[in-house]
Design a binder for this molecule. Structure first.
Ligand SMILES: [Zn+2]
Length: 390
């Protein structure tokens, strides 16, 4: 295939379900799992135009620090892959293992099981090797649509929402589905703190609905879901989780049946990566880091994280390393020029909430889970530089 400017693509999915009781992440401390409702997954889509390669991984996890992503990249490089081609995002589901340290038996004891972390890294590598090992000629189609009402609401700033569902369909020239990638901003937290069963939350039903209709591998990438884009549900039940997952999937499938835009074979792939340094001003994060609860590199009260800007044909992807508020997501999308825009959050890192500086109000929940008031401004400045860089 090398030398041909057409796309090749492969996809895979492997389970990452823990085989033991774990501290469940995202809500209260000391919430131990008592069983498994549905599997957690590492889902991978590899894409190449013969020159550049992009390997996208979506994990049914609360989040993963850059240190873990870099360990996965290091292993992948031993298999001849380029670590910088690998992008690992989390769906941010709230009924899975603590992979960040914040939800252990008490607030100052990590809930991370290091054996499980090693298992996840190995399984992600398996998924990457399988997807890159089965790449074949592919046709890409992009589309977007609006989510219907009753799916998402903003509990911090009611009414501020990005309703866009962005969709990438990858198929063989004969029309066999390789993968369907869906990007939408919404906390997977239909199941709440009274739930002790492991579940991928609404993405579980989204995967099933897409794969029942089209086959292939369905992937879900979250967006600017911060402060606080939450499911619009009557109750925190699996029934409601199913309704949200199926509603999103059906909207995406309907859009694909319409006029999804085909990318011409010579439209190419460009992948740009930038690092971003951010001050850690949150005293709680500093304390938890010094106690070893948060195991992420912090040097001189500063972290270094990553941003990606990808162009696939006429479509465009930006990745951000945490949970941006929808105000930031909407501002970014307004600056993007791609025909279809994907804004993927919790990618290659989880730095917490990313709040517009003018919106910062100390003492609120999202602020307590953010690096500091300048995070949004510094990230936005760097992304705008990337967008302007030809
Ligand atoms: Zn969150």
């Amino acid at each position: 295939m090398i030398g041909v400017k057409g796309f090749i693509s492969g996809a895979s999915k492997v389970t990452i379900t823990p085989d033991r009781s774990v501290f469940l992440a995202g809500l209260s401390n000391n919430r131990r799992s008592t069983g498994v409702h549905d599997d957690l997954w590492a889902r991978c889509l590899a894409l190449s135009d013969g020159e550049e390669t992009l390997i996208l991984v979506a994990l049914d996890l609360i989040g993963l620090f850059l240190d873990q992503v870099n360990l996965i990249r290091g292993e992948a490089e031993k298999h001849g892959l380029n670590g910088k081609d690998i992008i690992v995002a989390s769906t941010h589901q709230h009924s899975g293992p603590d992979t960040l340290g914040l939800w252990g038996p008490d607030p100052t004891t990590s809930g991370v099981d290091e054996d499980y972390m090693a298992y996840v890294r190995k399984r992600v590598l398996d998924a990457i090797l399988e997807a890159t090992g089965n790449m074949r000629e592919a046709v890409l189609r992009f589309t977007s649509t609006k989510a219907p009402g009753g799916v998402a609401r903003n509990s911090r700033n009611p009414g501020v929402l990005d309703p866009e569902i962005s969709v990438l369909n990858v198929e063989t020239p004969k029309g066999e589905t390789i993968a369907v990638l869906i990007n939408f901003a919404l906390h997977p937290e239909v199941l709440w703190s009274d739930n002790t069963l492991i579940t991928a939350d609404f993405p579980n039903y989204l995967y099933a609905t897409v794969e029942e209709e089209l086959g292939g591998v369905a992937l879900f990438f979250n967006g600017a879901l911060g402060g606080m884009v939450t499911p619009d549900v009557e109750e925190h039940t699996f029934k409601e989780s199913e309704r949200i997952g199926r509603t999103l999937a059906e909207a995406a499938l309907k859009a694909l049946r319409g006029e999804a835009e085909k990318q011409s074979r010579d439209s190419g792939l460009t992948v740009k990566r930038e690092t971003l340094s951010l001050p850690v001003e949150n005293q709680k994060f500093k304390t938890l880091h010094s106690l070893g609860v948060i195991k992420r590199s912090i040097q001189n009260y500063e972290i270094t994280t990553e941003l990606y800007h990808v162009e696939v044909g006429d479509a465009e992807i930006i990745t951000i390393p945490g949970e941006a508020l929808p105000e930031i997501g909407l501002e970014l999308k307004a600056k993007m020029t791609g025909s279809i825009k994907f804004l993927i959050g919790l990618t290659n890192d989880e730095i917490g909430y990313i709040i517009p500086e003018e919106e910062w109000s100390p003492g609120r929940y999202e602020e307590s889970m953010s690096l500091g008031p300048r995070t949004g401004t510094l990230m936005m400045r760097k992304i705008l530089e990337m967008l302007q860089d030809p």
